[in-house]
Design a protein around this ligand. Structure first.
Ligand SMILES: Nc1ncnc2c1ncn2[C@@H]1O[C@H](COP(=O)(O)OP(=O)(O)O)[C@@H](O)[C@H]1O
Ligand SMILES: [Mg+2]
Length: 277
């Protein structure tokens, strides 16, 4: 059984609009980490809203864990999904960090004793356990996003959707949060959908879905993405650093057996080359 399936989905917000999502088909398998990329307005956030049942398709069907996303099942489905948005401000409800993380658990009827445990564990996971009684609004952007992530992780969702969850942060903060997220995801074996413009996050995914005007343009592995001739600007991504370095080396006659996916592979390739010459 697939975790998430879009079957020929059409969606628009208003009847006088063109289709925002058009004939969209894809599946995400249990435990997979899929990145969704595409330029602004290509329909990425709309897909996240469709998965959560915040909006419903006019044609086609969406399945989560084999269950069709309809108004009848929506509460059951939402229990399985945790979503982290771009702007943590909009996600706070509690007056303290602890209350805020507790909110999602109270909603799900988690017993008191277990709640205390989960809140503690999640705040430790994101490195915010020293801030339990702080007011969320007085935290920095990165700290707020950490608390928002703890709130989602505490509910122990099967599926996590990250909609540009790190895009408001500075590059260092972004890298830190991305590390926190990827560690938790691996530990807890969650199915993950990362909507992102961060090329490093894309390279960590198992698969990449490229959207173009609400349609699936391509579905490929990060390695295939790197090997292809893509217009990185158009995809809304910064060209990966390893790719620029590779191209510089090629100008001097260096030949790579395959495109390095990350710094480690780039360094390996260079070592292999120099030990041969
Ligand atoms: N609430 C809404 N009402 C009408 N149109 C919307 C609404 N939200 C988004 N759109 C339109 O839907 C398209 C896709 O938006 P969105 O899913 O937010 O794209 P992305 O997240 O890829 O930037 C855009 O053209 C946007 O203007
Ligand atoms: Mg968006």
């Amino acid at each position: 059984m697939t975790k998430i399936e879009f079957r020929n989905v059409y969606f628009r917000y208003h009847e006088d609009q063109n289709w925002i999502i058009e004939a969209l088909n894809f599946t995400i398998e249990p435990g997979e980490n899929v990145a969704i990329i595409g330029h602004n307005g290509s329909g990425k956030s709309t897909i996240a809203k469709l998965m959560m049942g915040l909006v419903y398709p006019q044609k086609g069907a969406i399945f989560v864990d084999g269950q069709r996303v309809t108004e009848d099942h929506i509460w059951e489905i939402r229990q399985k999904i945790g979503m982290v948005f771009q702007n943590p401000e909009t996600q706070f409800v509690g007056t303290t960090v602890r209350d805020d993380v507790a909110f999602g658990l109270e909603n799900r009827g988690v017993p008191r004793v277990e709640m205390v445990d989960r809140i503690k564990k999640s705040l430790i996971d994101v490195g915010m356990d020293d801030y339990t009684l702080h007011e969320p609004h007085h935290l920095s952007g990165g700290q707020k996003q950490r608390v928002a992530i703890a709130g989602v992780m505490a509910t122990e969702p099967d599926i996590v959707i990250l909609d540009e969850a790190t895009s408001m942060l500075d590059p260092i903060g972004r890298q830190e949060i991305a590390k926190v997220i990827s560690r938790i995801i691996k530990q807890r074996r969650m199915t993950t959908v990362s909507i992102t413009h961060d090329v490093k996050e894309v390279m960590q995914a198992d698969r990449v879905i490229i959207l173009k005007g609400g349609e699936l343009y391509q579905c490929l592995t990060p390695r295939q993405l790197l090997a292809g001739e893509y217009d990185w600007d158009y995809l809304g991504l910064t060209k990966p650093f390893v790719l620029s370095v590779k191209e510089e080396f090629e100008k001097y006659g260096y030949q790579f057996e395959h495109t390095p996916l990350n710094h480690e592979e780039l360094i390996d390739a260079l070592w292999t080359y120099y030990s041969k010459t």
